[in-house]
Design a protein around this ligand. Sequence first.
Ligand code: ME8
Length: 507
Amino acid sequence: MKNKFYVTTPLYYVNAEPHIGSLYTTILADVLASYHRMKEEDVYFLTGTDEHGQKVQEASEKNGISPQEHCDKYSEQFREIWKEIDLHNDDFIRTTEERHEKVVKKILTDLFEKGEIYKDKYEGWYSVAEELFITQKEYEEGNYREVKRISETNYYFKMSKYQDKLIQHIEENKNFIQPENRRNEVLGFLKQPLRDLCISRPKTRLSWGIELPFDKDFVTYVWFDALINYISAIKYSVDDEYFNRYWPAVHLIGKDILTTHCVYWPTMLMACDIELPKTIFAHGWWMSEGKKMSKSLGNFIDLDTIREYFGNVGDNAFKYFLLKNGPLFSDSDFSKKRFYQVYNSDLANDLGNLVNRIFKLIHKNYDSKIPKLNKLTESEELLKSNSEILTEEVFSLLENFRVDEILNKIIKYVSSINKYLEEKEPWKTVKVDLESTGTVLYSALASLRVATGLLYPVMPSKMNDFFNVLNNGDKSETILKWSGLVEGNEIAKIKALFPRFDMNKIL
Ligand code: ME8
């Protein structure tokens, strides 16, 4: 049986447009999915939108449209941009879809019947802005906005009873919460006694939600509803075979939603007797020009700004930058200058030049046909064995989500091919010895081909341009074999893959 890989992003709220943050998580998921497809695994990549709750209700009222119309409009923006930049999600789930609501209701009914959900009166602090009940201590710390005193009857999920079991699971499974700093953060949080989770809102206060199947005066709390998407999308309780084909998942999230994913969600699954996710990986925060992104500071990287960058360099190069410099482990700073620097040095200089050099020499001196490989010297053997080592390293780094390190290694290898050419000087030797120069060009091109194969998940359309002119009939299974480059094949003319940017003009 094939290995499986089920990867998810958070479901983005429809009260904001896509921006560099949601873009980053989704690109990361796309690239992981693509590498796993390369390993011929059974891959399922899910993303979508989170559409219930107070904020949507308020925003739609303000705009004089129905909440559903509001959701349709904003959700479409996410689907549009993901398509525009060539992401390959297998599914896009919306929490207002029937397939999702049905599973949420089924789980609520099951848990209510099992006595895992009870009704109780709450008197205490409530943050209207965050839509959360908070403790006296949290109130005193003052980190929540629009806090008021309320007294309300609601339904509660017995989350507290799973505290010890959850701690044990986190301690016994090192890969469950990653990276380690986030794991420690969750364990720290679990040192205080866990409360039961309020999972309803009275309709008198909020009507835009999934009605509780056992009490029509209430709707489901938006987080309890939204988290269930990860299993409703793969047909939990509808088609067991399908569900088991993909579950458990790897959840990619930002550090802002650590508690909901690492505490609420696993305890909900425990109550339903469902296996816990394989991994929850929480990345850091994109900052912008040294500060927290904000519309009022004018440093917010919104959809228009993203489209502008894509317009300048193409989506592939932008993805490359975000993944290489992104906030995988700690926060990262986005700066325009840094972006064009990385573009020029890695893509225009290292990769782009290498392609040009090799293609030019082959077109001019070998009638556009890939030269024959003759006797390999130590340096060619080294390039070849390094391509094998690199491939292994890439797939092993993948297990730890180190996409940044993957790109570092690949570009280092590309530099080493350039260095090899500088040592061999084929542009000089070609005038006197076509045969040995042919071996040099074959070797450089074979190495470059492996590097582009490994870059494919990050820059699919650019690398396809390269494969097309190379005309080697490559398939994903053979692309990573150095000697898979066919001698005598005719290569086509290539346009500059990554034209250089004039930094003075840009800045
Ligand atoms: O929290 N840097 O949705 P959301 C990096 N609907 N990533 C960022 C970011 C930044 N500056 N800003 C946002 C929700 N993100 C809930 C989730 S899941 C069942 C429900 C990314 O629209 C990051 O992935 O606020 C973060 O976790 C997510 O956007 C939050 O998206």
